[in-house]
Design a protein. Structure first.
Length: 208
């Protein structure tokens, strides 16, 4: 198995959640509602239900535009390892439809998926259902990782395309603005602590 410990290897998907392309608006709403519930469950399990999570939950259920996904919604799903019943093929299809990787256009074959760019990336599926991924960069071929199943390959693809959200992994250019925003965070958090005691939040967080 792969050595990365920041991927939830072996975690099964939740059956019954529609994945794009959706047949109708009801399927789209079901996906977005399930994603909101997933984000909520992560926050509750972590014990850190904060204003940022509250803001995200306030817009996710209403972001169902039609048969596809808004790119930002797919980003939320990827960054949280949303356990929809993706396959490697339909996840790659969703990445293409959302144009999430810019110049990277995924090719999708029965036993291989990947993209042609620099570096070039692809993964091959073995008859036993396992996968092996590869990179080719500047003419140098490198065997990357292995995934034991289609579900683990979905997790590997998810980790592969997850973004480094600003400002994580970025150089913060406006330190003055960041300092001012940090200074204003305190009063907002104090107000949030009061708001979070309201029953519609407090009861849900305790599972009542």
């Amino acid at each position: 198995m792969i050595e990365r410990q920041d991927i939830p290897w072996g975690r099964p998907p939740v059956p019954g959640i529609p994945v794009p392309p959706f047949d109708d608006a009801e399927q789209s709403r079901a996906f977005h509602s399930a994603l909101a519930e997933h984000v909520f469950c992560l926050a509750r399990a972590a014990g850190r239900f904060d204003p940022a999570t509250f803001a995200l939950l306030s817009i996710l259920p209403g972001a169902a535009p039609g048969t596809g996904l808004e790119p930002w919604v797919l980003r939320v799903a990827l960054s949280t390892f949303f356990p929809a019943p993706w396959t490697p093929w339909n996840l790659a299809t969703a990445l293409n439809a959302a144009a999430l990787d810019g110049y990277q256009r995924w090719f999708i074959e029965p036993h291989r998926i990947g993209y042609h760019s620099d570096p070039e990336f692809w993964a091959d599926r073995s008859p036993d259902g396992s996968w092996t991924s590869y990179f080719r960069e500047r003419g140098q071929l490198r065997r990357d990782r292995e995934a034991a199943s289609d579900d683990d390959m979905v997790l590997l693809l998810t980790a592969h395309v997850r973004a480094h959200p600003y400002p994580f992994g970025w150089r913060v250019r406006d330190e003055t603005r960041m300092a001012a925003l940090a200074d204003r965070a305190g009063p907002t958090l104090a107000a949030w602590e009061q708001h979070a005691t309201w029953p519609y939040i407090a009861d849900r967080l305790t599972g009542d």
